[in-house]
Ligand binder design. Sequence first.
Ligand code: TNX
Length: 507
Amino acid sequence: MVLPHSMPLVPLPLAARVGDGRMPVSEAVRVIGDPRPVEQLITAIAERTGIRLSRSDRNGDSAGTVISLTIDPDAAGPEGYTLTVGESVEIVGGDEAGLFYGTRTLLQLLRQDDEGWGFLHSEISDAPRFERRGVMLDVTRHFFTVAEVLKFIDATSALKFNHLHLHLTDDQGWRIQIDSWPKLTTSASQTAAGGDPGGFYSKAEYRTIVEYAAARHMIVIPEIDLPGHTHAIGVAYPELVEAPVLNDGLIAESARLGQPLPVQGEPYLGWGVGHSSVRIHDERTYGFVRDVVREIAELTPGPYIHIGGDESLGTPQADFDVFVERATAIVVEQGKIPIAWHEVGAAAGIAEGTIGQYWGKTTPEGTHAEEAAHFVERGGALIMSPADVAYLDMKYSDDFPLGLTWAGVVDVRRAYDWEPTAVLDVPEAAIIGVEAPLWSETTRTIGDVEQLVFPRAAAQAEIAWSPRDAPERTWESFRARLATLAPLWETARIDFHRAEEIPWTDR
Ligand code: TNX
């Protein structure tokens, strides 16, 4: 039997020895280092245990039991760290992010037994496999408040995710303030799927999210989905969009779900796709795109802007190609690197260096693999989000109350058992990492979101972070280690799904 606490770590570190002994936690333990990581760690330990450690500056007395936090680029690579728990705790980050990840590992080593709280003795040396480890939150089909997004950042950065992709615009609502086109928020933000209330982030609120994420070493990637998924733009500015194009799939699906069909200029409350498009042969459209991208770029310290590009089913291919070539060029002109869903790779002249996001299946269908490969030919790279394993909005089982099934039914094991470099026929180096998207058609509350995201996001975190060939990179090891996250998620009030596949522990 695998002892539940033999190594309570997810994602699996590069090299780790975790022993049976513990370093007891008490108010006498002092944390030494730079103010921000020290304060973050003290707060997290207090939330979990009720014990508030003291801080002392580096020049202070170093006698007694300490947790020391330092940075030394010679000790570990980017985002890497070393961690030792013995008489004291020493974490050395290769950089600030590495130090942060070392403290996230330490929080997983923090355990309660009959004698109280302690850190498990250990010796760890760690660094990520992929530079990109992302999650996506769709705040459009349903809107989530700033406080809810910050909680989501806490929970996902604890799994060492380093990018948060926000799907900010779609048919059901526009969620970000744009000063040059004010009706996007005064009018097109008010609704959500199923007639639920909408909402939007003011620029100040959006900056709060970006800064909170940055303090946890997460880069926010804003997505403005174009040229399709744009029905809401037409609620505010009818002159920018085409009349809805009703495809057979949309008509059948809407009838099955009892949802209304889109009507030009009126809010769309269903979740059918592929019916909307901006006007591709009207110069006003490009003025709009330029204004939006410029204002979003101003709000974005990170290097990327995502321009969508998925499911433009009613748009003729030649028009689609013209549009995405121009849209990717506008992102570059505003000083950012474009990211786009893989369909955009169909266009010959996308901006050089555009990053593609593959959301086809693990066995690619139709033209998906070719489209993805074209980003690499254009000097870009690929993020892997195969829908049949990495989509967090698929149901865990046929009878799970939340989620969709179009890409499959994805239990935790299925979410864990895939390899990012084995899906497409491109050089391994072109795969920069993994992103796990949560689409919010069926999630009306952040609790619903958490049910779908946790625990499966932990599987994607391990695929993105952990070495491919480590002996513990197995389903049996993962499920035993994953089980130990339950008390951490309980403390953080994360409404995770207690999947039956996992032998959950309570401390
Ligand atoms: C496909 S994935 C979509 C979204 C839906 C999602 C639901 C992608 C790029 N487009 O519009 O929300 O499926 O799983």
